[in-house]
Write a protein that binds this ligand. Structure first.
Ligand code: G6P
Length: 608
């Protein structure tokens, strides 16, 4: 799972390769590398373990000059993150970069070894280099060679390749992993996403599955795998706003946590008018569609999946609509029943998560009444594939651990709940939610006042190995999200549980060393959560309760109570997640981990 960038130009390309690559680091940062065809028509490859900044350092002392080249940033799937497994991979006169997984790489290795090709890495990608080399020697042009390579490969791939035989040409192919062509006078580019092109051009052409492209500095030609030429119009990208800098914060994660108040205020400002929610905020005629909807299938991964779970609670509480929230990697492979009147909703910050893209493609071939995506990145793969799009406008989220993207998805889903509530017998419910939503920015501001207290509590977690988060109802997905945040950036093993499930297993883990965090907004489930926490206290567990309920001292004996500001029932997940994000952040500070780029993770998971 990786980022690919390539350029062919009338001018030197090293600078644009590096700038494109830096923007693709969210796809992985285990290693980085470039290959350029130099003036002497030879391939020069430079690779390093770790981030693009390490590659820059090497290139500062040994410049690679040339007009045609490829670049790669890696998230290791096959083979450890060490130099020999870093891309580009070379074979004789060719160099390639790959994103995806080659499922038949073992068979291809056997085939290529019989032809005397030597393997120097543990990757599945190296077979592509040798195959391309083999066919380049036996084909009249690069397209023919790439076509023959693509036909041999099973699995998902986006490939970019250069060959000394065709020094002015860049070749690329894709099937199941996104790839775009960027065009500009005197230069053409290939990139895993549009964001990486933003400093160079705003004109792009997305490739579709089973397509090959050949680029030189003045032209590009697209073919399908059978060799038929494809013509496709160029698209102008919308201007991206929001600067990417830390604005004085220590980490992007901290900045992004604090941006949430403004993002929510903006969503309210832009989507709510004098008479309430503006019409059709989910796309043309979306209100009519939503009001006819009988079932909703939410599909997402990671934090976005936790947002989907909350939407299910909200919508089923006030309408007759039947909702499912499902992890995309499960949805894509199982048999799914789609009753008439079902809406498919993909939720994704990046719009590039492979499992969510595959699920969406699967859904497009089923009888859903429409495919809606809730996404933060305009012109991403997911938005391009959807019938209807709601953009969350959270601005670029740089920290791998998602924070502001989550609350911006929640506010969108709460708006959706408001539209759907018009089908409910309770005619005042939309107004109730509206009132709670409008109060939200001020409540979030108050929640940030807990920062000092949370910072103190975080010290108690520094040496902990495990933590349990408990919640009921809409707070259960927040417990899942809190556990996910803690694991991601502090490497403490954490689990989120529905508080009622405690006695069905996790209670066995409780002893005097286990912190158990109860998320308890003041609602009809308070007594049940309190009973569950009493069970923890009885076994000497270290109980922390985040609540806006005033508790009598008998309930708080030997318990740390963190008093939350009051908030309405519907908005409580957006309020209660904030101290959880801050807690993980400050525990990570205590543990001195890499907060914005935790080990082994990537911002966007572009393989299954
Ligand atoms: C990765 C990120 C998570 C994110 C998940 C889904 O695992 O590290 O923060 O929630 O992907 O990403 P998406 O972009 O589809 O929301």
């Amino acid at each position: 799972m990786c980022g690919i960038f390539g350029a062919v130009s009338k001018s030197e390309i090293q600078g644009s390769l590096i700038s494109g690559l830096s923007k693709l680091e969210y796809r992985g940062y285990d290693s980085a590398g470039i290959s350029i065809i130099t003036g002497r028509q030879k391939i020069k490859r430079v690779r390093c373990v770790g981030k693009v900044k390490n590659l820059k350092r090497i290139l500062n002392s040994s410049r690679s000059s040339g007009f045609c080249g490829i670049a790669h940033t890696r998230w290791a799937t096959h083979g450890q993150p060490i130099l020999k497994n870093s891309h580009p991979h070379n074979s004789s006169k060719v160099s390639i970069v790959h994103n995806g997984i080659i499922e038949n790489s073992d068979e291809l290795k056997v085939y290529l070894k019989k032809k005397n090709y030597k393997f120097t890495s543990d990757t599945d990608s190296e077979v592509i280099a040798h195959l391309f080399s083999y066919y380049a020697e036996r084909s009249s042009d690069g397209v023919e060679a790439m076509k023959r390579v693509a036909k041999k490969l099973n699995g998902s791939f986006a490939i970019a390749a250069i060959c000394e035989r065709w020094p002015d040409h860049l070749l690329a192919a894709c099937n199941g992993s996104p790839l775009l062509i960027g065009t500009k006078k005197g230069s053409n580019f290939i990139s895993s996403d549009i964001h990486a092109l933003s400093e160079t051009t705003d004109t792009y052409v997305p490739l579709q599955d089973n397509e090959i492209v050949e680029l030189n500095s003045t032209d590009y030609k697209i073919y399908n795998f059978t060799g038929r030429k494809i013509s496709r119009k160029q698209t102008k990208a919308k201007k991206q706003t929001s600067e990417i800098n830390k604005n004085g914060y220590k980490h992007f994660m901290q900045k992004e946590i604090y941006e949430q108040q403004e993002i929510i205020s903006n969503a309210i400002k832009h989507q709510i008018g004098k008479k309430g929610l503006l019409p059709n905020i989910f796309g043309p005629n979306s209100d009519k569609l939503l009001l006819k909807t009988k079932h909703i299938h939410f599909v997402a991964c990671g934090t976005s999946y936790n947002a989907a779970l909350i939407a299910k609670y909200w919508i089923e509480e006030i309408t007759d609509i039947v909702c499912t929230a499902e992890i995309a990697s499960e949805y894509r492979y199982r048999t799914v029943n789609v009753p008439p009147g079902t809406l498919f909703v993909a939720i994704s910050q990046s719009g590039e998560t492979a499992d969510t893209i595959y699920s969406l493609k699967k859904a497009k071939n089923r009888n859903y009444c429409s495919i809606l995506s809730i996404c933060n990145v305009p012109e991403s793969s997911i938005t391009r594939l959807s019938d209807l799009v709601y953009l969350t406008h959270a601005g670029p989220e740089i920290s791998v651990a998602s924070t502001k993207a989550f609350t911006s998805q929640l506010i969108a889903l709460l708006f959706m709940t408001m539209v759907l509530s018009r089908t409910s017998k309770n005619k005042t419910i939309e107004k109730t939610i509206l009132k709670q939503v409008k109060a939200l920015p001020a409540i979030i501001k108050k929640t940030f006042l807990l920062e000092k207290e949370i910072k103190k509590i975080a010290k108690n977690f520094k040496n902990k190995k495990h933590t349990l988060f408990l919640g009921r109802g809409v707070s259960y997905p927040i417990a899942l999200e809190a556990a996910l945040k803690l694991k991601e950036i502090t490497y403490i093993h954490a689990e989120g549980y529905a508080a009622g499930e405690l006695k069905h297993g996790p209670l066995a883990l409780v002893d005097k060393n286990l912190p158990v965090i109860g998320l308890m907004p003041d609602n009809n489930l308070v007594n049940q959560v309190l009973s569950n926490l009493a069970e923890v206290r009885a076994r000497q567990g270290l109980v922390y309760i985040f609540t806006n309920k005033k508790l009598s001292s008998s309930k708080t004996d030997k318990t740390n109570v963190i008093n939350m500001p009051s908030c309405g029932h519907f908005v409580s997940p957006l309020v209660y997640v904030i101290p959880m994000q801050l807690l993980s952040y400050y525990v990570a500070i205590e543990k001195k981990t890499n907060i914005d780029q935790p080990r082994n993770l990537a911002k966007s998971v572009t393989v299954e």
